[in-house]
Design a protein around this ligand. Structure first.
Ligand code: AAL
Length: 419
């Protein structure tokens, strides 16, 4: 069988299998978007001409993929500038880790941000995990800071401390996100119970307050836990040795972020699987979502999980009645903007230039985003840098929208259209 016949066969099998799937997830089934594999290839003259496909009887795998793209516009293209240091209390401080900033919100005329903070050198694994600091994000508390201009920050103190010995969050609370809903504030964050070894499961906690300055009340139990269907091989502390990997989130649930959507609360998160592999030149990292009727839960994992096979830290914002997501760092779809009308079935909307890409982004939720500029929220915001493995600091990113690619003096396509 020659190559193009084989490709057609794969396509037909893909269409057949996806059509046979039953949709059982109530959280998504009602609004599920049509999947790209269910769409017919558009072989119209206009489409073939646009993609420069000369012979429709000899479609390469790349041409078939291009014809399956369901969104081919350029309104999601962004270029990031080099990140800039913050001033005041959030400037780089020797011996201190400040990282993984939350989104920023505006309260009492000031920007507010929450973040992970720890001190001291990072020891790594293999030593005394009861007493060492194994990662920069180990032995963290959640702190917060305020600023009038987004450049100079005042550290206000601890918002959420680690729990008492024996609690599910007694070792570290970190990588926090903020949601304001009906005059209540919700912080969701990662939690670790001591000892912190390479096989330790990571969970998600929640705290709420009626003021951004607290006091914060913590959930008695985690609001999200890893799947418990993976099986470690042996008892050695090696996270790559498994008898069964289990669900995409069988080891860790990370980077939680709750967004109100369609009258419910969507908790987006990163999953790490037991027996993680390196795939497509990156770590095998996936995203999932859990949905609740109330901000405090209970959160039920979507049956459609994982909802992304690429990405790292969660970076999601509402656009055009749906949810947009910036996929960074890992997986074949890294450095893409994606969008889902239903908050579950994400499709690529555009690629982002890799240069200067911020990671662990704290979005600026004070920026209003309309459908005409869906990535406007990236005009400026917060991220972090590694000054070293022992010190990290929060930085400010900014970016601009790129709509044309012209040489100096050359007219853009838009300029011609305007005539
Ligand atoms: C980040 C995030 C989570 C991890 C660690 C701190 O990139 O994915 O927050 O636990 O690294």
């Amino acid at each position: 069988m020659n190559l193009h016949k084989r490709l057609y066969l794969i396509l037909v099998v893909a269409i057949f299998t996806s059509c046979g799937q039953t949709k059982t997830d109530n959280t998504a089934a009602a609004t599920a978007e049509q999947k790209p594999s269910e769409t017919e290839l558009d072989l119209s003259k206009e489409k073939l001409d646009r993609f420069g496909i000369t012979n429709k009887d000899h479609l390469s795998a790349a041409s078939i993929r291009a014809l399956k793209w369901d969104y081919v516009e350029n309104d999601w293209y962004r270029v990031f500038n080099q990140m800039k240091p913050l001033k005041g209390d959030l400037a780089h401080e020797p011996g201190v880790v400040r990282r993984d900033p939350s989104a920023m919100i505006m309260e009492n005329g000031k920007y507010y941000v929450w973040y992970s903070k720890s001190v001291g050198k990072t020891d790594g694994f293999g030593g005394d995990v009861e007493n060492d600091k194994v990662f920069p994000w180990d032995r963290c508390d959640i702190w917060y800071a305020t600023s009038e201009d987004g450049w100079t920050w005042k550290e206000e103190g601890i918002a959420v401390p680690r729990g008492e010995k024996g609690a599910y969050d007694d070792r570290s609370v970190f990588t926090v996100e903020i949601m304001k809903h009906e005059d209540m504030y919700y912080l969701c964050y990662q939690t670790i119970k001591s000892p912190y070894d390479v096989r330790t499961k990571n969970e998600v906690g929640l705290a709420w307050a009626s003021s951004p300055n607290g006091p914060w009340e913590k959930s008695k139990e985690p609001i999200l836990k890893p799947a418990d269907n993976g099986v470690w091989e042996g008892t050695e502390q090696n996270r790559f040795l498994v008898e069964k990997k289990g669900d995409f989130d069988s080891h860790k649930v990370h980077d939680p972020c709750i967004l109100p959507h369609n009258g419910k609360f969507y908790l987006y998160y990163k999953g790490e699987q037991m027996g993680e592999e390196i795939l497509f030149g990156g770590r095998q990292i996936r995203h999932g979502v859990a949905v609740a009727d109330n901000p405090k839960g209970p959160y039920v994992k979507s049956k459609y999980n994982p909802i992304s096979n690429s990405g790292h830290e969660i970076c999601v914002w509402p656009v055009d009645g749906g949810i947009a997501s910036l996929i960074t760092t890992d997986g074949p779809e890294r450095n893409t903007f994606q969008w889902a009308a239903d908050g579950i079935n994400f499709e690529i909307r555009g690629a982002v230039k890799g240069a200067n890409m911020p990671h662990a982004i704290g979005l600026n939720r004070t920026i209003e985003v309309g459908g005409d500029n869906p990535t406007k929220i990236f005009d400026w915001g917060l991220s972090h840098v590694y000054n070293s493995w022992h010190e990290q600091s929060i930085m400010r990113f900014d970016s601009y929208r790129k709509t044309s690619h012209v040489a100096p003096g050359e007219k853009s396509r838009d300029a011609k259209k305007k005539k």
